[in-house]
Design a protein around this ligand. Structure first.
Ligand SMILES: Cc1cc2nc3c(=O)[nH]c(=O)nc-3n(C[C@H](O)[C@H](O)[C@H](O)COP(=O)(O)O)c2cc1C
Length: 175
């Protein structure tokens, strides 16, 4: 799949088939995250990839506790995103860039998923963070930022028209 096709086809999927995701495809998504740029190459991120059925069930239960994201009932895998300290060769990189860096890694994950025929939904609402960290074996002092639902879209789930601000609103061209 060409880059622009993946960009155009990536959308937040809220209707999954439940079909299991191949481990190689999940690894490919993490490889895409690994290649994302970051301030001073500090790579202030780590990921927990869950496809084990029992663990997926626990993650789903925790997400549903948020009262949102009810579509997760059929999600077969999750990738959780943890913000790590922005160190570079022992020095502290400027932490103000960490959120942007993570955003780039997350988009790489979503595009890599799309290019492999998968769908994703980035979730900021994933239930109580302490419970999710316990389920995922993440230290309580860590910053769990996002949980990405990943799987195959249910049959009939189509690409929606994008609702976006116009180019005129978001960009100025100085020719
Ligand atoms: C940081 C972040 C948090 C989000 N949290 C949720 C969420 O909890 N539940 C949800 O259904 N969508 C969530 N979304 C998806 C956005 O609603 C979605 O990206 C946006 O509406 C644009 O739609 P699209 O992704 O289909 O292009 C989140 C997106 C981002 C980037």
């Amino acid at each position: 799949m060409k880059l622009f096709e993946a960009i155009e086809q990536r959308q937040s999927c809220r209707n999954y088939s439940g079909k299991a995701v191949e481990k190689e495809k999940l690894i490919r998504c993490i490889e895409a995250a690994q290649l994302a740029p970051s301030a001073c190459n500090s790579q202030p991120w780590s990921f927990v990839v869950v496809s084990n059925r029992d663990c997926v069930e626990k993650v789903t239960e925790a997400v549903l506790e948020s009262g949102m994201n009810k579509f997760c009932e059929n999600v077969p895998a999750y990738i959780s995103v943890v913000e790590e300290p922005a160190y570079l060769r022992g020095d502290t990189a400027n932490p103000k860039y960490a959120h942007g860096d993570m955003g780039m890694a997350v988009e790489n994950i979503c595009l890599a998923a799309t290019a492999q025929g998968l769908s994703t939904c980035i979730m900021g609402a994933f239930g109580p963070a302490d419970r999710m960290k316990t389920i995922l074996g993440i230290p309580q002092e860590s910053n769990l930022r996002l949980v990405i639902a990943i799987g195959y879209a249910a049959e009939g789930d189509t690409i929606r028209p994008k609702k976006r601000k116009s180019i005129d609103e978001i960009a100025k061209f100085i020719d």
